[in-house]
Design a protein around this ligand. Structure first.
Ligand code: FAD
Length: 538
């Protein structure tokens, strides 16, 4: 097949225009083309009046010899190449007489893809997940959102599917992926019930409810292949002898013996981070970000980004990505933007408030939300201890709980009041979507001064890119503290901890992923590393 990239057509083009674009580009007749498939479809909306769709297309010709001729003819054209083979190839196969089973801690996207890939190779992994299976977890999470009853082991952060289960389900990432692991993640998701379009749209998303059924199907495949998943079970201890892992102890008291442990615990497993640090596993503090969730009416964002094309079905609800470098040397950026979604209560510890965002597949809630956060780093902001970032997170989340009224309401303020430094005013047109509720207050008390100054400078600057962004009516809700892991669990080129053999730190918690897709990709890479280690191959 031939892959054509950067085929640009106007937003409202006719379907047959694609065929014309292909035949014109390759200088062939329509009869010479057998078929084509869309590999990617994105858009360029920089000019609202002339929005362009941008396609990557794979073409099959009726005469295979013509494929080779055309590839030679267009050799110097970077937009005409042979379609690469993106199919997944397993690195090995477990022996029939498997004597050891790898243990995967955590059943988020990283643990899920690691376990699935190991199971598909025949390694029969044992998965330990502290939270509940996804249906019960959904009840636990809604119990917190509706009745303020927090289950510290089963919530937005913990449970089957991991942190991204109640999310926007955005499935894009900026990680380099020359081996096409992302394609395997997407293919497994489609097999489990995700819409086919995630394989070709440039910014795919699946939303919360689809994610719930998908993780159940993937769990069923792991079990059918001989794997085992234990929910509501936490790993509380790691056995290390002569710098090598020999097993784990569960909160039930049971010990599992193994020399291969995938540690895919996500960024909120603070007790587990403490435990591995106490056991001497090498851990480093790493930068993360703090800030607020911002909410606008989705129609404001659609209008600013798409003008008269707002509401177009192909474009969907508009998103944005913003960065501003401040006078005080800090950078403020938008993060985890959820078009047509809601702000969610994402706490996993009692007496603390932390926000995040989610949406359904349809993205048709009235508000757009995203985190507006300031980058912080260990050297300047939490020096002297590898786990000091966790202390800072806890301090800010406790403060938010107190500012919210100590009942899990989140502290909030309109953008207008926040920018003017005017506390305790009334809500405007943008109604808060956060449940269980918000308390209007002075949000400048919720973050360190440098962060408040930076956000106050950034919001008006963002208004130059998205008209209406700094409108008085918009709403800020606090606090965002879990944009990424506050630590990094360093690993070597065999994907093992640099000082603990057999421990494979993985995914977001270890600092090797920043989202669902990259966590899934890391899970596959780590599964391959475990398989190679168990099979003793390079
Ligand atoms: P996690 O998903 O955090 O999974 C870790 C798992 O380990 C958890 O289930 C936890 O219960 C378990 N665990 C922890 N400690 C132990 C232990 N000691 N024993 C047993 N089990 C343990 N990313 C996107 O790409 N797109 C989005 O739209 C998006 N939206 C998000 C919305 C919300 C509300 C949240 C919270 C996150 C969102 N993210 C999103 C981020 C994304 O969810 C994470 O990047 C991703 O889930 C990280 O995957 P992971 O497998 O590394 O860790």
């Amino acid at each position: 097949m031939i892959r054509l990239t950067e085929i640009k057509l106007p937003l409202n083009h006719a379907p047959e225009d694609l065929t014309t674009a292909i035949t014109t580009k390759l200088k062939i007749s329509a009869e010479q083309m057998a078929s084509f498939v869309m590999f990617k479809r994105g858009y360029d909306a920089r000019n609202k009046r002339n929005i362009q769709l941008i396609y990557t297309l794979d073409i099959t010709l009726t005469d295979p010899d013509l494929t080779n001729d055309l590839l030679v003819q267009f050799e110097s054209d970077n937009h005409v190449k042979a379609t690469p083979d993106t199919s997944y190839k397993y690195v090995g196969e477990a022996p029939e007489d498997l004597t050891e089973r790898p243990v995967v801690i955590g059943f988020g996207p990283c643990g899920l893809l690691a376990a699935l890939t190991l199971a598909q190779m025949g390694f029969k992994p044992i998965i330990i997940e502290r939270g509940n299976e996804v249906r019960q977890r959904t009840k636990d999470t809604f119990g917190f959102w509706r009745q303020r009853k927090l289950n510290t082991e089963s919530n937005v952060q913990f449970g089957e599917g991991g942190a991204g289960t109640f999310s926007d389900g955005k499935l894009y990432s900026q990680v380099k992926d020359p081996n096409h692991y992302g394609r395997k993640v997407m293919t497994e998701f489609v097999k489990a019930g995700a819409p086919d379009e995630i394989l070709f749209v440039s910014k795919p998303h699946i939303g919360t409810y689809k994610l719930v059924t998908m993780v159940e199907k993937m769990r069923a495949e792991i079990i059918a292949l001989g794997g085992e998943v234990r929910f509501a079970t936490r790993v509380d201890d790691l056995h290390i002898t002569d710098s090598k892992v020999t097993g784990v102890t569960l909160n039930t008291g049971e010990t599992l013996k193994t020399n291969h442990v995938v540690l895919a615990v996500g960024h909120s497993a603070r007790d587990t981070f403490q435990m591995i640090h106490d056991k001497g596993v090498y851990v480093e503090a790493k930068p993360f970000s703090i800030g607020f969730r911002i909410e606008h009416k989705q129609s404001t964002i659609d209008q600013a980004r798409f003008g008269d094309n707002a509401g177009n079905e192909i474009l969907g609800a508009a998103d944005y990505k913003l960065v501003h470098h401040c006078k005080n040397g800090r950078s403020v950026y938008s993060f985890c933007m959820c078009p047509g979604g809601t702000v969610v209560a994402a706490a996993s510890e009692e007496g603390r408030v932390v926000t995040n965002g989610m949406s359904q597949y349809s993205r048709n809630e009235r508000n757009a939300n995203s985190a507006i956060v300031v980058g912080i780093d260990p050297e300047r902001d939490y020096p002297n201890h590898p786990l000091a970032g966790i202390d800072l997170q806890r301090q800010l989340e406790t403060l938010a709980f107190e500012l919210g009224g100590k009942d899990y309401s989140a502290p909030a303020q309109t953008i207008g009041d926040f920018l003017k430094g005017k506390p305790d005013s009334a809500l405007g047109d943008v109604k808060p979507s956060y449940t269980p509720g918000i308390t209007l207050t002075d949000l400048s008390k919720a973050l360190p001064d440098f962060a408040v100054d930076a956000i106050r400078e950034a919001i008006p600057a963002f208004n130059k890119k998205i008209k209406g962004f700094s409108s008085d009516d918009g709403l800020l809700t606090g606090v965002e503290t879990r944009t990424s892991s506050p630590i990094s669990i360093k690993r070597n080129k065999e994907f093992q901890s640099i000082n603990t053999k057999g421990l494979f730190p993985a995914g977001e918690g270890a600092g090797y992923a920043g989202g669902i897709l990259s966590a899934g990709i890391d899970g596959i890479k780590v599964a391959e590393a475990v398989a190679k280690s168990m099979l003793n191959i390079e």
